[in-house]
Design a protein around this ligand. Sequence first.
Ligand SMILES: *Cc1c(COP(=O)(O)O)cnc(C)c1O
Length: 386
Amino acid sequence: MGFDTDAIHAGEKPDLTGHPSGDVVVPIHLSSTFARRDVDSPTGGFEYSRSGNPTRFALEQKLAAIENARYGLAFSSGLAAETTICLSLLKDGDHVVAFDDLYGGTRRLFTKVFQERFGIEFSFVDARDPENVKEEIRNNTRLVWLESPTNPLVRLCDIEEIAGIAHDASAMVVVDNTFASPYFQQPIRFGADVVVHSTTKYINGHSDSVGGAVVTSDDILYRKLRFHQNAAGAILSPFDSFLVARGIKTLALRMERHEKNAFAIAQFLSGHEKVAAVHYPGLASHPQYALAQRQMTGFSGMLSFELKGRKTHVKKFLRNLHLFALAESLGGVESLIEHPATMTHASVPHAERKKVGVNDSLVRVSVGIENAEDLIADLDQAFGAL
Ligand SMILES: *Cc1c(COP(=O)(O)O)cnc(C)c1O
């Protein structure tokens, strides 16, 4: 089936057997527990809502379908999903190679929790060059953790080539696919073993639910992940499961518009006298434009740019905007803008930020699905008032 068909139908076959209400939309099953006829097995397939819930299960089937994978799991946040992956696949003494330009919270989880408290080692490398990943692989490397495009510099890495390197060393590959969304990129096609999402972003898409997803096609891995999800308990609630499933139904439409608007804004910014640099993989000037065309079917709605001038300049510019809310997060229908150095990436030490290239004049934009001309006019007046 096509992506848009799966997004609407997967997990949501109207049930005309059993209790034939004929719901076209899977209801919100709030029950925490499920009755059975006999002691031996759960009659409807469900026992207790942490272990499995019909609304969450419907969403999990949808999540798998839109990544073209076999299994999906829904979590209470993107970081809960990441934590469960680490709990399932790593132990004391293991080593992980990770892209150095990661979501700030992911880096904090790795260094402050799993490294400091649980004896797992992390090496952060510039994965734009797969050789850098290869050089860091050790005997105890169990995992290669990638994000593409990255946050906030919108850098890419070659998933297929890196998956080859990791698999040669018997390491698994996790790709955080939050920025591209499954509509524009399906990492499992390129050899990723596990895909993780913050569904808080594009997948739910309306900035009204915090959640996470893990997707895989590997049976053994799925069983491990499911075991640890149930054991640690970071599941998505029935109401949020309903919201995320509803969001997915319009993902294709939304992503098309996010991309169209982002492209228009990237072009506007590229020609602007007050802008020093624009980072957007859909621009032919992006150093990894060729890779973006090969690995993604579109360039998504995230971009960042560097303003000329000092930090006070940036602050003034952000204050001048009317349509772009100054807020963390991304991927919702409304446009958001933020300053990574003081907001999303404040938890990354200054020296690390500088090394990666997240400087004080960098601004990140999550381009919404409003009218592009209105968005550009707002940016234009904010520049004008500087
Ligand atoms: C937001 C985000 C996360 C964390 O997800 P939460 O839902 O906030 O826990 C992880 N990775 C990326 C790329 C993100 O943007």
